[in-house]
Design a protein. Structure first.
Length: 117
């Protein structure tokens, strides 16, 4: 059985994205060697989908409280306006390297926390 998941985020400009995740978002990390940062993240779900996003590199992140995430704007991180969907709430932001992160707060049970609060 696996003990975790390891994701690679491909970036056109890794240095500015590393600063974004570590300094702007404040994610804990270790420097594995020579600037190869490994970011600590909470438990992860894996979904299998057929939906494609054209030529965009898209990373999705689940948030417990999307309203709190919108406070990134005080750190000069621009988010699109939050929208309500039948499955939850969502927004997105751009990485400094131009990649996009879609942030969403599901309105359905997750495998990590099966009951909604």
């Amino acid at each position: 059985m696996t003990s975790g998941a390891h994701f690679l985020l491909y970036s056109k400009n890794p240095e500015v994205d590393r600063v974004f995740f570590c300094d702007i978002l404040g994610l804990p990390f270790i420097n594995a060697a020579n600037g190869w940062l490994i970011l600590a993240r909470p438990p992860t779900e894996v979904r299998i989908r057929t939906q494609l996003h054209g030529d965009r590199q898209l990373l999705r992140a689940v948030c417990e409280n999307l309203s709190a995430v919108m406070e990134f704007e005080s750190r000069n991180v621009a988010c699109l306006p939050m929208t309500e969907e039948h499955w939850g709430r969502r927004t997105s932001t751009r990485l400094p390297s131009s990649g996009e992160i879609r942030l969403y707060q599901p309105a359905y049970p997750t495998a990590i926390q099966p009951t909604l609060t």
